[in-house]
Design a protein around this ligand. Structure first.
Ligand SMILES: C[S@@+](CC[C@H](N)C(=O)[O-])C[C@H]1O[C@@H](n2cnc3c(N)ncnc32)[C@H](O)[C@@H]1O
Length: 268
């Protein structure tokens, strides 16, 4: 039973970020819809700051199992340092949730629930070195998994203009995608794009001031679009959701928290 939320296609970059990046209301909704109970097995496919995982663990004890996945190794490293109640089993795996079925083999039985909290954690967003934020200058990286080779800088400096346009239109629903793609290509003929500031300046110059959105930063859609493309996020969601259904026990539930209309469409 997918529980999907979509707030008009805005990325998580628009939302206020708390220390763990979560609004308790969503956490509560997830717990209410997934109904974890003692002894059950759950997968948190997007461990992030561990807010959902901690809440699940409390309800799975005693005797339950939680497998936490993340594409970002630093999320797992942080969580591994946290104290865990002695009467539950925690397993952590650095993997793309597209391979969730393979990871789930470690549990040794079908699971009662899987949760996907899609997007970025505030820990990722707030670190300029990760290149996700238009608010602070940093390298054009945007990889969720830093062991993968393809960065936003590679994409922006190498993909043909038509592909940049498609990404902006399709993933960002950016109506100024044609102009932004043109400006990126013009700029990289002179010098490669290197920083998030380079990209913000291009977007701000490509969209006429009067057409800047009022409720979000002018570069929000562009950053979201390129992040989705760098990480092939939609492909991962499609595979991950199918895999989650495969590993579910009878009566099990899948919860999806999403703030993007394309993710929402796939989940539904
Ligand atoms: C919004 S955060 C999750 C926050 C988490 N629910 C919490 O309570 O802190 C999303 C996390 O999912 C991870 N992620 C995104 N796509 C992924 C994928 N395909 N496979 C595994 N992890 C992914 C990101 O690296 C990020 O840490």
């Amino acid at each position: 039973m997918p529980t999907t939320r979509d707030r008009s296609g805005h990325s998580r970059d628009d939302r206020p970020s708390g220390s763990s990046g979560h609004r308790p209301v969503l956490l509560q909704d997830v717990i209410t819809s997934l109904q974890p109970t003692p002894g059950q097995a759950f997968i948190d496919a997007t461990l992030g700051g561990g807010g959902y995982a901690r809440a699940l663990l409390e309800r799975l004890r005693p005797g339950g199992i939680l497998l936490g996945l993340d594409r970002d190794a630093s999320a797992l490293e942080r969580f591994a340092l946290e104290p865990v109640p002695p009467d539950v089993t925690v397993m952590l795996e650095h993997t793309n949730f597209a391979q969730l079925d393979r990871a789930a083999e470690r549990i040794g039985r079908q699971v009662n629930g899987v949760v996907f909290d899609l997007g970025l954690s505030s820990l990722q967003l707030d670190d300029p070195e990760r290149g996700f934020s238009f608010q602070a200058d940093g390298p054009l990286d945007m990889r969720l998994d830093r062991s993968e080779p393809w960065t936003a800088a590679n994409l922006l400096n190498r993909e043909p203009e038509s592909e940049l346009r498609r990404i902006l239109r399709e993933y960002g629903q950016e109506r100024w995608g044609t102009r932004i793609a043109q400006r990126i290509v013009e700029r990289r003929r002179r010098a490669p794009l290197k920083t998030t500031r380079d990209l913000v300046d291009i977007v701000a110059g490509a969209i006429p001031r009067g057409a800047w959105p009022r409720d979000i930063h002018v570069a929000t859609r562009t950053f979201m679009a390129f992040r989705i493309a760098v990480n092939r996020e939609l492909e991962a969601i499609e595979k991950g959701l199918k895999a989650a259904i495969e590993v579910l026990a009878s009566g099990g539930r899948v919860g999806v928290v999403s703030f993007h209309s394309l993710e929402d469409k796939i989940a539904k």
